[in-house]
Ligand binder design. Structure first.
Ligand SMILES: [Fe+2]
Length: 336
Protein backbone atom coordinates (compact mmCIF):
# COMPACT_ATOMS: atom_id res chain seq x y z
CA UNK A 1 0.00 0.00 0.00
CA UNK A 2 1.45 3.38 -0.95
CA UNK A 3 0.27 6.98 -0.74
CA UNK A 4 -0.64 7.01 -4.40
CA UNK A 5 -2.57 3.74 -4.38
CA UNK A 6 -6.36 3.76 -4.41
CA UNK A 7 -7.90 3.46 -0.93
CA UNK A 8 -9.22 -0.06 -0.45
CA UNK A 9 -12.57 0.96 1.05
CA UNK A 10 -14.47 2.84 -1.66
CA UNK A 11 -16.95 4.30 -2.20
CA UNK A 12 -17.99 5.31 1.27
CA UNK A 13 -21.24 6.85 2.40
CA UNK A 14 -22.21 8.13 -1.03
CA UNK A 15 -24.85 5.53 -1.78
CA UNK A 16 -28.50 5.86 -0.80
CA UNK A 17 -29.16 4.29 2.59
CA UNK A 18 -31.65 1.44 2.65
CA UNK A 19 -33.00 2.28 6.11
CA UNK A 20 -34.83 5.47 7.12
CA UNK A 21 -34.03 7.66 10.11
CA UNK A 22 -37.72 8.41 10.73
CA UNK A 23 -38.41 4.75 11.49
CA UNK A 24 -36.22 4.96 14.60
CA UNK A 25 -36.92 8.54 15.70
CA UNK A 26 -38.58 9.55 18.96
CA UNK A 27 -39.39 13.27 19.27
CA UNK A 28 -39.04 14.06 22.97
CA UNK A 29 -40.74 17.44 22.49
CA UNK A 30 -43.94 15.59 21.54
CA UNK A 31 -43.84 12.70 23.99
CA UNK A 32 -44.66 13.56 27.58
CA UNK A 33 -42.68 10.79 29.29
CA UNK A 34 -40.41 9.26 26.64
CA UNK A 35 -38.42 7.09 29.07
CA UNK A 36 -40.46 3.90 28.71
CA UNK A 37 -40.68 4.29 24.89
CA UNK A 38 -36.91 4.69 24.76
CA UNK A 39 -36.23 1.60 26.86
CA UNK A 40 -38.75 -0.50 24.96
CA UNK A 41 -37.41 0.48 21.54
CA UNK A 42 -33.80 -0.05 22.58
CA UNK A 43 -34.57 -3.57 23.77
CA UNK A 44 -36.84 -4.42 20.80
CA UNK A 45 -34.87 -2.87 17.94
CA UNK A 46 -31.48 -1.97 19.39
CA UNK A 47 -31.56 1.56 18.01
CA UNK A 48 -33.24 4.69 19.36
CA UNK A 49 -32.74 8.11 17.79
CA UNK A 50 -33.89 11.12 19.80
CA UNK A 51 -34.79 14.61 18.68
CA UNK A 52 -36.34 17.49 20.58
CA UNK A 53 -34.31 16.76 23.73
CA UNK A 54 -33.16 20.35 24.21
CA UNK A 55 -29.61 19.07 24.77
CA UNK A 56 -27.15 21.98 24.96
CA UNK A 57 -24.02 20.31 26.34
CA UNK A 58 -22.70 16.85 25.53
CA UNK A 59 -22.32 16.06 29.23
CA UNK A 60 -26.11 15.62 29.14
CA UNK A 61 -25.63 12.38 27.20
CA UNK A 62 -25.03 10.74 30.57
CA UNK A 63 -28.59 11.20 31.81
CA UNK A 64 -30.04 9.75 28.60
CA UNK A 65 -27.65 6.81 28.76
CA UNK A 66 -28.71 6.16 32.37
CA UNK A 67 -32.11 5.10 31.03
CA UNK A 68 -30.33 1.98 29.74
CA UNK A 69 -27.25 1.41 31.95
CA UNK A 70 -25.23 2.87 34.81
CA UNK A 71 -21.81 1.15 34.48
CA UNK A 72 -20.05 3.76 32.34
CA UNK A 73 -16.72 2.65 30.88
CA UNK A 74 -13.53 4.71 31.09
CA UNK A 75 -12.39 3.53 27.59
CA UNK A 76 -9.18 2.10 29.07
CA UNK A 77 -7.39 0.23 26.28
CA UNK A 78 -9.33 2.07 23.57
CA UNK A 79 -7.58 2.49 20.24
CA UNK A 80 -8.59 6.04 19.29
CA UNK A 81 -7.43 9.30 20.85
CA UNK A 82 -10.08 10.76 23.14
CA UNK A 83 -10.76 13.81 25.24
CA UNK A 84 -13.66 14.28 27.57
CA UNK A 85 -16.82 16.37 27.92
CA UNK A 86 -17.28 14.97 31.40
CA UNK A 87 -15.88 12.06 33.37
CA UNK A 88 -18.29 9.78 31.48
CA UNK A 89 -18.70 11.47 28.09
CA UNK A 90 -15.87 11.40 25.55
CA UNK A 91 -15.23 13.59 22.56
CA UNK A 92 -14.73 12.30 19.05
CA UNK A 93 -11.55 13.44 17.38
CA UNK A 94 -10.45 10.07 16.08
CA UNK A 95 -9.44 11.11 12.61
CA UNK A 96 -9.24 14.11 10.29
CA UNK A 97 -12.54 15.02 8.58
CA UNK A 98 -11.04 13.94 5.27
CA UNK A 99 -10.76 10.34 6.47
CA UNK A 100 -13.56 7.80 6.15
CA UNK A 101 -13.96 5.95 9.43
CA UNK A 102 -15.38 2.58 8.44
CA UNK A 103 -18.09 0.49 10.13
CA UNK A 104 -17.22 -1.10 13.45
CA UNK A 105 -18.61 -2.23 16.76
CA UNK A 106 -17.11 -0.09 19.52
CA UNK A 107 -14.47 -1.96 21.50
CA UNK A 108 -14.62 -5.11 19.35
CA UNK A 109 -10.87 -5.54 19.96
CA UNK A 110 -11.29 -5.66 23.75
CA UNK A 111 -12.08 -8.71 25.93
CA UNK A 112 -14.89 -6.74 27.57
CA UNK A 113 -17.03 -4.49 25.39
CA UNK A 114 -19.81 -1.92 25.87
CA UNK A 115 -23.16 -3.33 24.88
CA UNK A 116 -24.71 0.14 24.79
CA UNK A 117 -23.20 3.03 22.86
CA UNK A 118 -24.72 6.52 23.00
CA UNK A 119 -23.62 9.19 20.53
CA UNK A 120 -24.83 12.77 20.29
CA UNK A 121 -24.26 16.10 18.60
CA UNK A 122 -24.67 19.74 19.55
CA UNK A 123 -23.22 21.32 16.38
CA UNK A 124 -23.36 19.96 12.85
CA UNK A 125 -22.40 21.29 9.41
CA UNK A 126 -25.11 22.33 6.97
CA UNK A 127 -24.19 19.45 4.68
CA UNK A 128 -22.74 16.01 5.45
CA UNK A 129 -21.10 15.16 8.75
CA UNK A 130 -23.45 12.20 9.19
CA UNK A 131 -22.80 9.17 11.30
CA UNK A 132 -23.80 5.99 9.50
CA UNK A 133 -25.20 3.07 11.43
CA UNK A 134 -25.89 -0.35 9.95
CA UNK A 135 -28.08 -3.27 10.94
CA UNK A 136 -25.52 -5.84 11.99
CA UNK A 137 -28.09 -8.64 12.12
CA UNK A 138 -28.80 -8.31 8.39
CA UNK A 139 -25.09 -7.72 7.67
CA UNK A 140 -24.18 -10.92 9.50
CA UNK A 141 -26.64 -12.99 7.45
CA UNK A 142 -25.13 -11.57 4.27
CA UNK A 143 -21.55 -12.03 5.42
CA UNK A 144 -22.07 -15.65 6.47
CA UNK A 145 -23.05 -16.47 2.89
CA UNK A 146 -19.55 -15.46 1.75
CA UNK A 147 -16.25 -17.33 1.98
CA UNK A 148 -14.63 -14.58 4.05
CA UNK A 149 -17.57 -14.56 6.46
CA UNK A 150 -17.17 -18.32 6.91
CA UNK A 151 -13.38 -18.00 7.29
CA UNK A 152 -13.92 -15.38 9.99
CA UNK A 153 -16.26 -17.77 11.84
CA UNK A 154 -13.69 -20.55 11.60
CA UNK A 155 -10.48 -18.63 12.28
CA UNK A 156 -11.51 -15.58 14.28
CA UNK A 157 -9.77 -12.27 13.83
CA UNK A 158 -6.44 -10.85 15.00
CA UNK A 159 -6.00 -7.23 16.05
CA UNK A 160 -2.45 -5.87 16.01
CA UNK A 161 -1.72 -2.46 17.50
CA UNK A 162 1.38 -0.32 17.79
CA UNK A 163 1.36 2.19 20.64
CA UNK A 164 4.34 4.51 20.65
CA UNK A 165 6.12 5.95 23.68
CA UNK A 166 4.77 9.50 23.99
CA UNK A 167 8.33 10.70 24.75
CA UNK A 168 9.87 9.08 21.67
CA UNK A 169 11.20 11.27 18.91
CA UNK A 170 11.31 10.29 15.25
CA UNK A 171 8.49 7.77 15.73
CA UNK A 172 5.34 8.20 13.67
CA UNK A 173 2.84 7.91 16.49
CA UNK A 174 -0.92 7.58 16.77
CA UNK A 175 -2.05 6.82 20.31
CA UNK A 176 0.71 6.26 22.85
CA UNK A 177 0.67 3.42 25.36
CA UNK A 178 0.60 6.07 28.10
CA UNK A 179 -2.63 7.55 26.72
CA UNK A 180 -4.09 4.12 26.09
CA UNK A 181 -3.60 2.73 29.57
CA UNK A 182 -3.70 5.97 31.57
CA UNK A 183 -0.23 5.46 33.06
CA UNK A 184 3.39 6.50 32.56
CA UNK A 185 4.65 3.28 34.10
CA UNK A 186 5.48 0.55 31.55
CA UNK A 187 4.95 -2.12 34.21
CA UNK A 188 1.41 -0.89 34.78
CA UNK A 189 0.81 -0.85 31.03
CA UNK A 190 2.05 -4.46 30.85
CA UNK A 191 -0.29 -5.41 33.69
CA UNK A 192 -3.23 -3.95 31.74
CA UNK A 193 -2.18 -5.75 28.57
CA UNK A 194 -1.80 -9.09 30.35
CA UNK A 195 -5.19 -8.64 32.03
CA UNK A 196 -6.74 -8.35 28.58
CA UNK A 197 -5.08 -11.56 27.43
CA UNK A 198 -3.14 -9.80 24.69
CA UNK A 199 0.28 -10.88 23.47
CA UNK A 200 2.79 -8.06 23.47
CA UNK A 201 6.36 -7.00 22.85
CA UNK A 202 8.33 -3.82 23.41
CA UNK A 203 10.09 -2.63 20.26
CA UNK A 204 13.51 -0.95 20.35
CA UNK A 205 12.01 2.51 19.83
CA UNK A 206 9.82 2.13 22.93
CA UNK A 207 6.69 1.16 21.00
CA UNK A 208 4.36 -1.36 22.63
CA UNK A 209 3.11 -3.81 20.01
CA UNK A 210 0.11 -5.93 20.99
CA UNK A 211 -1.69 -8.79 19.29
CA UNK A 212 -5.09 -10.19 20.21
CA UNK A 213 -6.81 -13.11 18.53
CA UNK A 214 -10.49 -13.40 19.28
CA UNK A 215 -13.75 -14.67 17.79
CA UNK A 216 -15.08 -12.53 14.97
CA UNK A 217 -18.69 -13.23 15.99
CA UNK A 218 -20.41 -12.64 19.28
CA UNK A 219 -23.55 -14.27 20.58
CA UNK A 220 -26.57 -11.99 20.99
CA UNK A 221 -28.67 -13.36 23.81
CA UNK A 222 -31.98 -11.75 22.87
CA UNK A 223 -31.69 -12.60 19.17
CA UNK A 224 -30.34 -16.07 20.03
CA UNK A 225 -27.75 -15.94 17.28
CA UNK A 226 -24.15 -14.88 16.70
CA UNK A 227 -23.52 -11.49 15.10
CA UNK A 228 -20.39 -10.32 13.31
CA UNK A 229 -18.41 -8.36 15.86
CA UNK A 230 -15.41 -6.69 14.29
CA UNK A 231 -14.88 -3.77 11.99
CA UNK A 232 -12.68 -2.43 9.26
CA UNK A 233 -11.89 0.64 11.36
CA UNK A 234 -9.26 -1.59 13.00
CA UNK A 235 -7.75 -2.59 9.64
CA UNK A 236 -4.68 -0.81 8.27
CA UNK A 237 -6.88 0.28 5.35
CA UNK A 238 -8.26 2.89 7.75
CA UNK A 239 -5.04 4.81 7.06
CA UNK A 240 -5.16 4.52 3.26
CA UNK A 241 -6.38 8.13 2.94
CA UNK A 242 -4.28 9.45 5.81
CA UNK A 243 -0.83 10.88 5.14
CA UNK A 244 1.83 10.09 6.31
CA UNK A 245 0.58 6.71 7.62
CA UNK A 246 -0.45 5.61 4.16
CA UNK A 247 3.14 5.21 2.97
CA UNK A 248 3.71 2.51 5.59
CA UNK A 249 3.19 -1.21 5.00
CA UNK A 250 0.09 -2.58 6.71
CA UNK A 251 2.19 -4.26 9.43
CA UNK A 252 3.89 -0.95 10.25
CA UNK A 253 0.67 1.05 10.65
CA UNK A 254 -0.72 1.83 14.13
CA UNK A 255 -3.65 -0.56 13.68
CA UNK A 256 -4.01 -3.69 11.61
CA UNK A 257 -6.34 -6.63 11.48
CA UNK A 258 -5.95 -10.08 9.90
CA UNK A 259 -7.74 -13.38 10.00
CA UNK A 260 -7.11 -15.18 13.26
CA UNK A 261 -4.31 -17.26 11.74
CA UNK A 262 -2.43 -14.12 10.67
CA UNK A 263 -3.46 -14.31 7.02
CA UNK A 264 -3.95 -10.80 5.59
CA UNK A 265 -7.32 -9.88 4.14
CA UNK A 266 -7.38 -9.55 0.38
CA UNK A 267 -8.82 -6.40 -1.18
CA UNK A 268 -11.83 -8.46 -2.32
CA UNK A 269 -12.44 -9.69 1.22
CA UNK A 270 -12.27 -6.13 2.56
CA UNK A 271 -14.80 -5.07 -0.08
CA UNK A 272 -17.10 -7.95 0.90
CA UNK A 273 -17.05 -7.05 4.60
CA UNK A 274 -17.65 -3.39 3.83
CA UNK A 275 -20.54 -4.18 1.47
CA UNK A 276 -22.29 -6.36 4.06
CA UNK A 277 -22.59 -3.39 6.38
CA UNK A 278 -23.14 -0.73 3.76
CA UNK A 279 -26.11 -2.59 2.27
CA UNK A 280 -28.06 -2.20 5.51
CA UNK A 281 -27.26 1.32 6.62
CA UNK A 282 -28.99 4.42 7.90
CA UNK A 283 -27.66 8.00 8.04
CA UNK A 284 -27.88 9.79 11.37
CA UNK A 285 -28.37 13.34 10.19
CA UNK A 286 -27.31 15.49 13.14
CA UNK A 287 -29.37 18.42 11.89
CA UNK A 288 -32.45 16.31 12.68
CA UNK A 289 -31.24 14.11 15.53
CA UNK A 290 -29.77 15.01 18.91
CA UNK A 291 -28.51 11.62 19.98
CA UNK A 292 -28.71 7.93 19.21
CA UNK A 293 -28.62 4.94 21.54
CA UNK A 294 -27.25 1.79 19.95
CA UNK A 295 -27.10 -1.83 20.94
CA UNK A 296 -23.41 -1.99 20.02
CA UNK A 297 -23.68 -5.66 19.10
CA UNK A 298 -26.76 -5.27 16.93
CA UNK A 299 -25.71 -2.05 15.17
CA UNK A 300 -22.36 -0.89 13.83
CA UNK A 301 -21.40 2.71 13.24
CA UNK A 302 -19.18 4.61 10.81
CA UNK A 303 -18.33 8.16 9.84
CA UNK A 304 -17.86 9.19 6.22
CA UNK A 305 -15.48 12.04 5.45
CA UNK A 306 -17.00 15.52 5.59
CA UNK A 307 -16.15 19.15 4.95
CA UNK A 308 -16.74 22.18 7.14
CA UNK A 309 -17.43 25.57 5.65
CA UNK A 310 -16.19 28.78 7.27
CA UNK A 311 -17.66 29.14 10.74
CA UNK A 312 -19.04 25.60 10.86
CA UNK A 313 -18.29 23.07 13.59
CA UNK A 314 -19.08 19.43 14.15
CA UNK A 315 -19.23 18.85 17.91
CA UNK A 316 -19.99 15.35 19.09
CA UNK A 317 -19.69 13.15 22.13
CA UNK A 318 -20.11 9.54 23.09
CA UNK A 319 -20.71 7.59 26.26
CA UNK A 320 -20.89 3.84 26.67
CA UNK A 321 -21.43 1.07 29.18
CA UNK A 322 -23.43 -2.08 29.98
CA UNK A 323 -20.11 -3.91 29.86
CA UNK A 324 -20.05 -7.53 28.68
CA UNK A 325 -17.19 -10.03 28.55
CA UNK A 326 -16.62 -11.62 25.15
CA UNK A 327 -18.16 -15.08 24.93
CA UNK A 328 -17.77 -15.94 21.26
CA UNK A 329 -20.43 -17.04 18.77
CA UNK A 330 -22.34 -19.04 21.38
CA UNK A 331 -22.08 -19.28 25.16
CA UNK A 332 -20.35 -22.63 24.81
CA UNK A 333 -17.97 -21.74 21.99
CA UNK A 334 -15.52 -19.14 23.34
CA UNK A 335 -12.18 -20.51 22.17
CA UNK A 336 -9.36 -18.00 22.47
FE1 LIG B 1 -16.54 4.19 17.13
Amino acid sequence: MSATATPRILPFGDQPCTLALNDYLIDCSRVCEPQSDIREQWHDRGLVVLTGTGMRHLGELQRWAELIFDDFTAYEGGSAPRYKWSDKVFGLDDAPPTIDLCFHNEGCYLPEYPRCFVIGSVKAPAEGGFTLVADNNAATDRLLETSVGKALMEKGVRYVRRMQDKCATNVLGYKSWQETFYTNDPQEAETSVRAKGWDFEWLNDGTLRTSYTVDAYEYHEELSKPLFFAGLASHAAFFDQWSPYNVLADEERPLNMTLGDGQPFTNAQIATIYAAHNANSLALDWRRADLAMLDNLRWVHARPAYQLRDGEERVMGVTMGMMKPRQGPSPAMARW
